[in-house]
Design a protein around this ligand. Sequence first.
Ligand code: DC
Length: 230
Amino acid sequence: MIIAIDGPAGAGKSTVCRLLASELGYTYLDTGAMYRAVAWALIREGIDPGREAQVSRQLHRIPLRFSIINACLVISYRDSVLEEELRLPEMSELASLVSRIPSVRDYLTLQQKELARQGSVVAEGRDMTTVVFPCAPVKVYLTATLPVRAGRRLAEYRQKGIAADYSSVEQRMRERDEADENRNLAPLRPAPDAHVLDTSELDISEVVAILKELVRTSAQRDYCAISHKN
Ligand code: DC
């Protein structure tokens, strides 16, 4: 089973997908973390993430591994597991930068498909519903207004003790949305058959409840289709 969820930064994807995955017993596949990890590892290896030719040449030599352990995506670089370092604000722009490089997209798309073969996933990112899992039985585009999204991101930074102010968070978010929506490859946009859900006025539990209902009706639809065939 694949539940594919896309949307811009701050739409609430990570929080609701993590909760949904845990309630369903699925793996939460945070594909943004995979792009962040590539950017982080490139810097560690002394490679400029903005230099496409060099990135493409070196990409497969980087000691980065993606695995699923106890239904969790584990990203490791050499012997260390990467976690909080990937969430630093500067990693957001660097991940968006490397995500425009075709070889990086090909490499991570392959990894994501491979990980989804190991069990049921809630896969979240920018191109889950359009490119990576276009046949997923549940496809959702989560969004919210820019002020709501920027406010959520600011609250997250403050909780982690990261210094930030509203106007710079909003501006960086707007620029990243534009870059993700206007790139040539796998741009951020809702799949034609995705359910579009605006979370601006909803709290986390309401969004999770709506997603669970979509999963339930999709399972029922599949069951009816199978019974009908038999
Ligand atoms: O979801 P996030 O903020 O952690 O993602 C960081 C960047 O990675 C995002 O700005 C664009 C890129 N990304 C992508 O291109 N495709 C994905 N499936 C996930 C993330």
